[in-house]
Ligand binder design. Structure first.
Ligand code: AMP
Ligand code: GLY
Length: 425
């Protein structure tokens, strides 16, 4: 069998999960990561390339005989890394920059949704602070304030009243989210449980992956600021997402990909739909142009497929010929974060217990913000440090095992939610 040399871009728990699954493929050849993390560098070599630079990535890939570049995070996609790689004649997993606008610009995504007739929150966008404040005062009630660009999942303020909304508007315009806050979107507040649906697509065929539910707030009981995601489980049980809901969400994903195609944009890669299951049915909260983090850490372990094969098929338009099967097992993943996350936090703390936790049945510890120091010690190096995933035949077992494994792992300032999956029980 011809081997596929792979360069994977990114450094989070999502990328560790992608790398592990890719490495299990019989087709996997040499594996490189840029920049990777403490866990990924145990499975792959580090490539000295700037993952956000299209020229850098494409040139390095060509010089090193790479057959497939897999892009984990959104920033390289929005910057046009996939375009540059494909231009070199190298296969790439991840959408080109035009399609990645589904995540890169909320305004763009809203326009595509409107054309495709997809239900989503009503919204208005502003570049003028006074006009924005005026509108928020007119609404005189709950709304959601969003920085329009990429803000690592943190540029969203769910405001219960006008005072909170005005504070959110101020944060955006005063630069709390950098350039992302130059355009501010004010959205209708949707209510209901949330559900993520990831789908693979080659621009024509759309293959929905398993459902999952993330926990975005920092603290138990959905309190505190929004984060990149503190824990997740998969699949979402029927009492939260019905078969009808699932069919609607799948059809929404298909309509969006078809609309983009009609607009002359091929979306190839993973499309992430974030949904609110309102009393009027599922409505879109957002689209992302990549796998979710930590959703990937519960979806991939339950997936039976050769990931190299499937990713190449997304690139060359043959996804319709591939079969993906799913485990009946449940997966729960708990994120261990540094004290202070999503605000400022300290790094460099020694982590112990990963091996003990990994030896427990059904447990995989995915590294996110970790690094291996010169002495070979794993240390913290980010806000979200590890994602501890348990897979088991029942939801209750998966959840109990995940928390037992979390208890094995120690580092100074370890912070995690103790109620991941409580809603599903
Ligand atoms: P986003 O990055 O747009 O998914 O927003 C992050 C989180 O903010 C979502 O997962 C929701 O919990 C919340 N959120 C975003 N938009 C809305 C909305 N229109 N109504 C209620 N909650 C929202
Ligand atoms: N977990 C949310 C995201 O990946 O955007």
């Amino acid at each position: 069998m011809e081997k596929t040399n792979i360069l994977l871009l990114g450094a989070g728990g999502r990328e560790h999960a992608l790398l592990k699954k890719l490495s299990e493929s019989p087709r996997a050849g040499k594996l490189f990561v840029a920049p990777g993390n403490g866990g990924m560098l145990q499975l792959a070599q580090q490539a000295s390339v700037n993952p956000d630079s299209p020229t850098d990535v494409a040139t390095w890939a060509a010089e090193h005989d790479i057959d497939l570049v897999v892009v984990g995070p959104e920033a390289p996609l929005v910057a046009g890394v996939a375009d540059a790689v494909r231009k070199q004649g190298i296969a790439c997993f991840g959408p080109n920059a035009d399609a990645a606008q589904m995540e890169g610009s909320k305004e763009f995504a809203k326009q595509v949704m409107a054309r495709a007739g997809v239900p989503t929150a009503a919204y208005r966008s502003f570049v003028d602070r006074e006009a924005c404040e005026q509108y928020v005062r007119e609404l005189a009630g709950p709304c959601v304030i969003k920085a329009d660009g990429l803000a690592a999942g943190k540029g969203v303020i769910v405001a219960q009243d006008t005072a909170q909304a005005l504070e959110g508007v101020a944060q955006c315009f005063e630069g709390a989210f950098g350039d992302a806050g130059k355009t501010v979107v004010v959205e209708e507040m949707l209510e209901g449980p949330e559900c993520s649906l990831l789908a693979l697509t080659d621009g024509t065929t759309v293959v929905p992956l398993a459902t999952s539910q993330d926990h975005k707030r920092a603290y138990d009981g959905d309190q505190g600021p929004n984060t990149g995601g503190m824990g997740v489980y998969s699949p979402v049980p029927e009492h939260l997402v019905s078969a009808d809901d699932l069919a609607t969400m799948t059809s929404i994903m298909e309509r969006v990909v078809a609309q983009l195609a009609k607009d002359g944009i091929v979306y190839s890669g993973c499309l992430y739909g974030g949904f609110m299951l309102t009393k009027d049915g599922p409505k879109v909260l957002e689209f992302n142009a990549r796998f979710g983090d930590p959703e990937t850490q519960v979806v991939l372990p339950r997936m039976h497929a050769d990931l190299v094969d499937v990713f190449l098929a997304c690139d060359d338009g043959t996804l319709g010929q591939k079969v993906i099967r799913w485990d009946d097992d449940w997966a729960v993943s708990v994120v261990l974060a540094s004290a202070g996350y999503p605000g400022s936090y300290e790094s460099g703390k020694r982590i112990t217990g990963i091996e003990e936790a990994s030896a427990m049945p059904g447990i995989t510890v995915y590294h996110a913000g970790t690094k291996l120091d010169e002495a070979g010690v794993i240390r913290t190096a980010g806000g979200r440090v590890l994602a501890v995933t348990a897979v088991a035949p029942t939801f209750a077992e998966a959840r109990a095992h995940a928390y037992e494994a979390c208890d094995c792992i120690t580092f100074e300032g370890k912070q995690f939610r103790t109620d991941i999956g409580a809603r599903a029980l």
